[in-house]
Design a protein around this ligand. Sequence first.
Ligand code: ADP
Length: 234
Amino acid sequence: MELLLDRVTKQYSNKIVVDRITVGLKPGVIGLLGANGAGKTTLMRMICGILKPSSGSISFEGLDASDEMYRDALGYLPQDFGYYPNFTGMEFLMYMAALKGIDKKSAKSKCKGLLKIVNLEDSANKKIKTYSGGMKQRLGIAQAVLNDPKILILDEPTAGLDPKERVRFRNLIAELGKDAIVILSTHIVSDVEHIADRILMMKDGNIIFDGNGAEIHENLEELYLKEFGGTDDE
Ligand code: ADP
């Protein structure tokens, strides 16, 4: 099971935003790290098939990212995810399940199970407008994994979370990375240094660091500060 990016490039008029990225991604948590403007969102949107590369290809088990069957393997939590404030958590998940074509009967048990996993069981029948930022993000994760995705894309998922919520969220992501290729973008080193199996650092559309295991923890912060000069605002 591998997600393959082959010379993936995105160009807008004369600006290259993602520059010939070639990488193979296996199950586990992959931290995509880089300052604002590095090209993370553009890359993730291409991996999701929302945005077409200018050149190069993205494939998973022989399926191109533009293929409908590829999308079936995908879960996505975008940065600007829209919640419905007057829905309860359960109603929202049921609605998302219907959009994903999951039949009502299995959707109900699936949604209940997921609310438990993301620790929202007690708030399942409360309106989303009463949720904290962390609760909303956990609900966002729940909708992203409704279809048991093999590839899970999380764009800056910890933005706006307090430290306690952040820890809870990280644990959840680490758990999901046991079975799926989880790609988590962030500009905050501490979001990924402890849970990522692999770190890809992006700068100006290129991958400037690709490391895993112990080497991550040794010098990641240092490298990041050197490259981006203290943009880690946490
Ligand atoms: P990140 O997610 O790392 O902050 P983005 O992928 O959002 O980076 O943006 C990378 C660069 O591409 C930025 O300089 C941004 O201004 C530019 N960019 C993104 N989308 C477009 C677009 N639709 N048209 C032109 N430039 C874009």
